[in-house]
Each structure stands twice: as C-alpha cells, then as structure tokens.
Design a protein around this ligand. Structure first.
Ligand code: ATP
Length: 210
C-alpha cells in the first residue's frame, strides 16, 4: 500500500477554476467537499489563462481578490495563487505534483464539475492526474453525470467518486452576462454570489460592456 493511501493519511482537496467571478455553487461545492471527504485542507486555486478557455479572463488580481472574499468564511480552505504566478500555460498536473511534493504523505482529491469532467481526457497528462489524485465530480444542472462517461476509464474505476450536492444552475457566464447587459446591479446578482463578491464587482465595475 502506498503512503498516499495509508489510513490516517492527510486528505488534501484541490478545487481549481477561473473564478471569474466565484459564485455560490463554488462555495457550496467546497463546503460539501470538506464535509463529505473529511478534508484536512481544501486548496482553492484560481487558474491562469487556461489553455481550454477561449475567453480572456479578468485580471488575476481581481479574480484572486474575489476568490479570497468568496471563501473567507469557509474553514480549512486555503486560497492559493500559484497558478496565477506561473508564466505560460498552467496545467493541473503541475499543481498536483507540487502539492504532493509539499505533502508527501497526503492523499490528494481533485474536485470538478461534470462539465469539466466531460473533457477530462483532453487534459494534459490526464493519466498522471489519475495516478496522483482521486477525482471527485459534482453534477451540474446543464451537464449531469452519466454512468457511460466512466466507461472510458476501465481499470481506473476506483479513482472516481461523485460529490452529491443539490443542483445549482448558477454559472459565472450568467453573472457576467447579467452585469454586461446592464439589467443587474450588485443587488441583482446578490442571490448568485457571496455578498462581498457582489460588492467587489460593483466597486471595480467588473463585467460592464464597453
Ligand atoms: P464559466 O461560466 O465562465 O465557464 P463556471 O461557472 O463554470 O464559469 P469555473 O470557475 O469555470 O465557473 O468553475 C470552476 C469549477 O467549478 C469547475 O470544475 C466547474 O465545473 C465547477 N462548477 C461551476 N459552477 C458549478 C455548478 N453550478 N455546479 C457544480 N459545479 C460547478
């Protein structure tokens, strides 16, 4: 048995995203992850300009600030800016390897939504990711998990778990669109993002159309 799977090994969760902006489903996912998997620490990792997102993201400084605000009251969360600091494309495998090196005894758990999982086999070195981390997938309203999606991973079945949480239809795209259309003020998105995030968006006039 490897050290990583020893009983009592530290459990470290990793949850990455553009967080442009972070919203209530991200926070709900983090809370459920901490609780269901008994995590010691959950790293929230805003991504750099990810290779698979065509859209230019908001400035790292804003996404990092909003992510810190969104998760500030969630215990055992560490918002980690290492991917924002990295020059060039950022890959999840590099982050996982770094975290494993920093925590050699720990078992890593990688959390993602079902939409991301649908494209998982296009991720850089996905087989190495599977070696390093247990993959925990949350259903999304527009992208629910089908058992057939796991058929491609025969031999790795024990590396996947689903994270049950109530379906939440919110997306960052929806929030950006609401703000850009001018129909929403900070008040208008108050149901979708944590309150300090709504205030930050308003203060910095993010997602306004030009
Ligand atoms: P966008 O609309 O810009 O694509 P997003 O809402 O998907 O953004 P991301 O920051 O890209 O937000 O997502 C980070 C992670 O959170 C991804 O793994 C994504 O699948 C997951 N996620 C986002 N929204 C939800 C949701 N409503 N339910 C479950 N998982 C979600």
């Amino acid at each position: 048995m490897s050290a990583a799977s020893s009983p009592g090994a530290k459990r470290i969760g990793v949850f990455g995203g553009a967080f442009d902006p972070p919203h209530n489903a991200h926070v709900a996912l983090a809370q459920a992850a901490l609780e269901r998997f008994g995590l010691d620490t959950l790293y929230i990792i805003p991504t750099g300009q990810a290779w698979h997102k065509a859209r230019a993201l908001s400035a790292p400084v804003h996404r990092l600030a909003m992510t810190r605000l969104a998760f500030k009251d969630v215990p055992r969360v560490v918002v980690d800016d290492r991917e924002l600091q990295r020059a060039g494309p950022t890959f999840t495998i590099d982050t996982l390897q770094a975290l494993q090196a920093e925590n050699p005894q720990a078992q890593l758990y990688l959390f993602l939504g079902a939409d991301q999982f649908a494209a998982f086999r296009q991720w850089h070195r996905w087989q190495d990711i599977l070696e390093l981390a247990i993959i925990c997938i949350a259903d999304r309203a527009q992208s629910t998990l089908a058992q057939t999606q796991f058929d491609a991973y025969t031999g790795h079945a024990n590396r996947f778990f689903t994270l049950k949480l109530p379906l939440m239809a919110v997306s960052a795209t929806q929030i950006r669109q609401l703000m850009a259309s001018g129909v929403a003020t900070a008040k208008g998105i108050a149901q979708l993002v944590p309150e300090p995030v709504a205030r930050y968006i308003s203060l910095h006039q993010l997602y306004r159309s030009h």
